[in-house]
Design a protein around this ligand. Sequence first.
Ligand SMILES: Nc1ncnc2c1ncn2[C@@H]1O[C@H](COP(=O)(O)OP(=O)(O)OP(=O)(O)O)[C@@H](O)[C@H]1O
Length: 714
Amino acid sequence: MASSLCDHPDRTKTLMRPNPSRKVRFVAKIRGFTGPEGELSSEVSWISVNKPKGEASESVTLSFREQEASRKESYEVDYCYDQYEDNNVIFSREVKPLIPGILDGCNATVIAFGARGSGKTCLIQGSSEKPGLAALAMADILSLTEKDGNSVTISSYEVYQDHVYDILDPERKVVLVQGDAQGKIRLKGLSQVPMKSISEFYKLCVTGCGSRKPAQKVATELPRRSHKGLIVHVSSPSENSDTLHVGKLNFVDLAGYEDTRKKSINGLNLVENSKIHKTMYAMLNVVHALSTTENHVPYRESKLTHLLQDSLGGASRVLMVTCLKPSFCPDSIYMVSLVSRSFQNNNGAVIDSTKKTKCLTRSAVLSSRKIHVPKTISVTAKKQTISRVPLSDKKINGSTASVLKGRKLFDETSQLTKSEKVSAISDVASTTETSLDKEEMSISNVTKATEHLECENSLSDTLKPTEFTFMAEKDNLLSDAPKHAESTLMAEKDVSSNSGGHAKEVTPSVNSSSRNTLSLVEVHNMEKENKDSEVNEEESPPISARLQELSIHLKSLFSTTPLCTNMPEESNNLKSLCPATPLRINMPEGNDASSYNHLSTNIEEQKTPVINKGTKDNDRWEVGNFNSPWETLNTHNSEVKHSLVQDYLSFLNTASKEELKRLNGIGEKRATYILELRDESLKPFKNLDDLKEIGLSAKQIKGMMKKEVGGLFN
Ligand SMILES: Nc1ncnc2c1ncn2[C@@H]1O[C@H](COP(=O)(O)OP(=O)(O)OP(=O)(O)O)[C@@H](O)[C@H]1O
């Protein structure tokens, strides 16, 4: 039975109550019309909500009329709130029931998710006239805590490009996310402001919202797209002891999803966008793992999910609200499809693995929800799920079901839009001239692009066009598979035109995909080799020895007499200085070649193919066949730079406290903190960006690296 969207708003009495044993609840909310939209239409006509058992339905399906007939699908969610159901209705039905648990020391998280401009901020934050879910919850919590003297504080943060910033701090300091072995999360540096009245809350978090004005994004709004979160901490004394229960109610306003193919956006926005998507997919992976009770929940895939770990896992409850635009919006269809995929097999019950017994009793016994997947969706869902499993996995495990457990449902690399791929590939072309941090970024992009294109090519070879769903599901939602193939080619063309021909090296084409993919794979393998040949951490010599070696290497580049020509290999002590990454120095066979050529072609890292001019293998390794001394010098410099960065990171991952303190910029406090981070993760520093975790800015890092290198020539 398809409902009319104009049903009476107050339907809460007739609605099926949310199942209290469910850990994650997925609902949708159709945004109301804004002024200009409303003038054109007053009724949402493109979304149809199907309620199999009327208002008492346990779940509903959504379908979109503007979808091409051939692609028409329906997506299942627990419930869909229409455009006339305001935040009060959603609050009383979805959020209010979570509050008693918060007062008992349990945690809950409400996540708004959707396309750009779909009403997430109005839903979570709202305005003083139309309070959002956070303000409504705050009022409720304050009225309850007033009576029993519990204390309430709030924190607010922003996650921008995978870094957390304190919104309530005027300087917006970086917040460090630390987790202990029990999964308890500590947010170091995040302010907590006591809340005594709802007016204080409005002043701090909702100011500036007028009646007809769109809700403004908090007084602290920045002109950048980021995920925002609010934490309401409620401390209450426990019944039988002197300890305090601290329950947390989290509200997360995820940055809006935007398909970058629609727009020509600049590099920075592309990076911003891809980071936003990465966090979004990480969140969906976590929610999916929780709702299907998988053993491994990938909290560490993003800062936001790590930050929310103890408010998503354990006895915590999660509410995912997908906000939908009332007028046609392909991005909204995509968002619903993602959430609906998480919803399938959503039998996750609230499991308390911690000590919060009170929560267990309140939140009902474990029970498996009977999975109800309507016929309209099951076929598609099955097809999608199967086709998304890597072929190799299918072969290994023999059964799809076993593969599904523990895999990532949403993979940012597989979800990269073509523009993002283009950006990643362009990055490959310009790697050598980028700065240190850009270099780090391009390296990770190369890997992503490589993996993505590799898979895409291998699948396109293996699968029929209609089975493209593994890599191109998103495109499938909006267009047919052949169109996807066509658009991939378009993207490839874009790449070659954008990168001034360099991209030829890395861009697959239909007729010679394997050859060109190989080039990409080569780039990937080169990166991998670099990683493989990273210093074995246990045996790693102190950084001073590695720096010394690099210094020799650097000096050799500037030396007019090649280091290797007059020395037998055995006497070269570089090898002993760097046992994990030995340099193989091939002696030139003749003495007629120029010094530069000796140097450039004969000093190679192990595993790098030997360039043997004049042999038939020569052509295969054009990439490394440098002719100009200038190119040679640049290449070596870039290698040295990369190597130095790796050594530096390796040092931070392994050195003792005293050794750490010998580095510029690292004092007692930072060294202690580094050791703490190492307790949590074996290798906390994987790239220069990770150093922001210890409060070092990109500029400081560069300065430190310069000092280290400069010191070598003193
Ligand atoms: N229930 C509603 N009724 C009418 N208009 C609404 C409603 N909710 C949101 N809007 C309007 O829609 C627009 C977008 O709203 P909002 O800023 O909340 O979206 P958003 O999803 O948070 O956007 P972004 O993705 O950019 O963060 C605003 O102009 C807002 O006033």
